[in-house]
Design a protein around this ligand. Structure first.
Ligand SMILES: [Mn+2]
Length: 176
């Protein structure tokens, strides 16, 4: 199984006070050898985390990642094509982990660790729909949404739409 991980952050922290936290799932996945690096694709990294040590860890483990800097330099269409090819390269199934903070805070204020300079909804919706249309998606998690800091319901509406885009993709696949 491959994993496509949308997130502003790499979530592979080495640890700290807590064994289980929202900053460590990716590190634990690799420590437990549950997915090969080439089948782990991260999209939307930016800001302060990962730092140097984090990028080195990702390179050592062969993760495939697409930073916002790459998206700014090469354009979203180019990066989306690369990410799609990587997602289709090998695994029969994929799991999508969607941290809502991959979106720009303009579209997703309702989250605990917002990072400026993220993706737009018009970039995210088509890639989620295509991934769900073109691969056997066996799971989809949408995480880090916090309704307590979502005064205008922007985040709730966009989170709901992301899940519906995936369901639309699955329906398109079933009709093909
Ligand atoms: Mn995050």
């Amino acid at each position: 199984m491959g994993i496509v991980h949308f997130d502003a952050h790499y979530d592979a922290g080495a640890g700290g006070t807590h064994l289980l936290s929202h900053g460590q799932p990716v590190r634990r996945l690799f420590n437990e050898k549950l997915v090969p690096g080439k089948n782990f694709i991260q999209i939307g990294l930016r800001g302060y985390w990962p730092g140097k040590e984090g990028f080195e860890w990702m390179q050592e483990n062969g993760l495939r990642y697409h930073t916002m800097a790459e998206i700014e330099l090469k354009g979203w269409d180019h990066v989306m094509k690369r990410a799609m090819n990587e997602a289709l390269d090998g695994p029969e199934y994929i799991f999508i982990s969607f941290d809502v903070d991959v979106l720009d805070p303009a579209y997703m204020p309702g989250t605990g660790t917002p990072e400026p300079g993220g993706l737009t909804t018009r970039e995210v919706f088509p890639i989620v729909r295509r991934l769900c249309a073109e691969k056997n998606v066996v799971g989809f998690e949408l995480v880090e949404m916090n309704p307590l800091v979502d005064p205008g319901y922007t985040s709730a509406q966009n989170a709901d739409r992301i899940l519906r885009e995936c369901l639309t993709g699955i329906a398109m696949r079933n009709r093909a």
